[in-house]
Write a protein that binds this ligand. Structure first.
Ligand code: ZN
Length: 269
């Protein structure tokens, strides 16, 4: 208990590097599970009940073929049974998950935040990473991801504010900001649809942002939305130029931008 209550700068160099390595590796492992979510959630398959298998030959993946980063490199990006290529996405998701979690760890130490903040930050990274890939490919952000984030955020801050810090005022503020975000963004979605006759800011995006606020705070939420909109407009203009289309006629999934915006906001605010 002592360790999670201390601020990280109170530690020596060796534990610092040790914890950095632990955090990086845990990030890779969680992201490895995200690969399963990215593949199965849009298909409506269970992410826990069915053991990992090759989608091409159904070969069941053994534990030593499932070690993040290493297995992919050792198998040379091929299934050990049917020799069909495995998508580089698996490796990229694992590495990105690990590196972003490591960045969150650095942010916590630089900003001398409490070490337990690694928990909501890691959940933000994982939800953002999987939502970005799923939304890009399938144009949806699964409810399982966003509801999971909202519930985790509420439980986490309830435990921290009541049991650890004994600050019920912060908890009330946090819950109110989640409710306000939900009302404001839902209205934004509703009127956006009515006015522009376009589903520019979908319900999935609304729930994603509620999850981000639940897992961090409203300031990070506002910055995330701002950065996402800015990146979305820039990308929209570039893609419209390249495809020689009017920007009004294009539909670009907003999820990946919200994901990037949330991670940047979380790391810099
Ligand atoms: Zn196979």
């Amino acid at each position: 208990m002592d360790i999670i209550l201390k601020k990280m700068w109170e530690y020596d160099t060796m534990p610092y590097i040790f914890w950095a390595a632990v955090v990086f590796w845990l990030g890779c492992c969680f992201a490895s599970f995200l690969n399963v979510c990215i593949w199965r959630m849009p298909l409506g398959e269970s992410v826990v009940n069915v053991p990992s298998h090759c989608p091409k030959c159904n070969h069941r993946i053994r534990w030593f073929e499932n070690i993040p980063l290493f297995s992919f490199l050792c198998l040379k990006a091929k299934c050990s049974s049917c020799k069909q290529p495995i998508s580089w996405r698996y490796f990229i998701v694992e590495l990105t998950g690990g590196l972003l979690t490591l960045l969150a760890y650095f942010k916590i130490t630089w900003a001398s935040e409490y070490f337990y903040m690694i928990i909501p930050y890691t959940i933000i990274i994982m939800i953002a990473l999987s939502s970005a890939f799923i939304d890009f490919e399938h144009r949806i952000i699964p409810n399982q991801l966003t509801y999971f984030g909202i519930i985790c955020g509420i439980i986490f801050y309830t435990v921290i504010n009541l049991l650890v810090q004994n600050q019920w005022k912060y908890l009330i503020f946090h819950i109110s900001s989640i409710v306000l975000t939900a009302i404001f963004l839902y209205l934004f979605h509703y009127f956006g649809e009515k006015l522009f006759k376009q589903d520019a800011f979908g319900l999935g995006d609304v729930k994603f942002m509620i999850a981000i606020v639940a897992l961090s705070n409203i300031i990070i939420g506002v910055y995330a939305l701002f950065i996402a909109s800015l990146l979305g407009v820039i990308a929209g203009v570039i893609i419209a130029r390249m495809q020689k289309k009017s920007i009004h006629k294009m539909t670009i999934p907003f999820g990946p931008f919200l994901a990037i915006g949330s991670i940047i906001a979380m790391l810099i605010i």
